[in-house]
Design a protein around this ligand. Sequence first.
Ligand SMILES: [Zn+2]
Length: 341
Amino acid sequence: MSENDILQSLRNAALASIHEAKNSAQLDSIETQYLGRKGEITSQLRRIGSLPAEERKDFGQAVNDAKEAVDAAITARREALVSVEADAKFVDEAIDVTMPGRLWHTGRSHILVDTLQRIKEIFIGMGYEFVETPEIEDYKSNFEALNYPEEHPALDEQMSFYITDDTLLRTHTTAFQHQVMSNRKPPMRVATLGKCYRSDAVDATHSHTFHQVDCFTIDRGISMADLKGTIHQFAVEMFGREVNVRFRPDFFPFVEPGAEFSVTCIICGGDGCNVCKGSGFLELGGAGLIHPNILTAHGFDPEEYSGFAFGFGIERMPMLMYGIRDLRLFMENDMRFLRQL
Ligand SMILES: [Zn+2]
């Protein structure tokens, strides 16, 4: 192969790899390979000395031509690659403004917390002071001080969670009366709300843990009329102006007389449906005038003072309002359920 043929094939090989270079780093190494100080084309110049004198001028010219051609090809390819690389970078960093955003779920209060808060606001608006008493109560506060006779079925150990012989998880929020009455003097208008516990088998309508609200008032001249007015006002604020309240005689050891109270069915508006079993009313809770035995036991003269007390369960309200059929859903924290409310 003649010197010119070797040069020609180097020149072709260089141009071919320049054409195929994918990025400027590859182009840099091609440049070094052919045009660097020890590059393959640059090295051809050193061979001039070994050529016959008449060939030297032409060969020198040919090497310079090759160098210029390769150099020009590299410059052209580099410019082309700059814009290709910029395009690639642009694609990499591009923001797709049509892509749907990530859905963030904001936290909010539990439906029971909302209900408790609403109830609390209504009674605070009526002048009640909310107090907290322990969920672990002694036997006296939970039963004895509330005038329960010793043979009352609620005292059965099977129905309550006893911790020791004398302490148990409160079975109703009414247990707060004893503590409050022991530390205050009339007039008083006090309320509490929170968890209660009973040893019940869990199913769609029963739970070992549930929530109650309890309120009582002691003052001079308190009568059933005050009780009815208070519950009616609460029902109007909770369920709306159209609601009626119905009282029917009932027995609770801590009140005399005692009553259960119902409100107009919020499902049918009083016309009668299967939720209210055709009666048009839904039973809400128990109420009555505080038993004279309880007033006396706490040092309040029943001739001078009287009072009323009432309490009701919480879970029933959101169950009716939202058509929730299973009590267990409130405690299970299943997001599929909670997000619907
Ligand atoms: Zn109804």
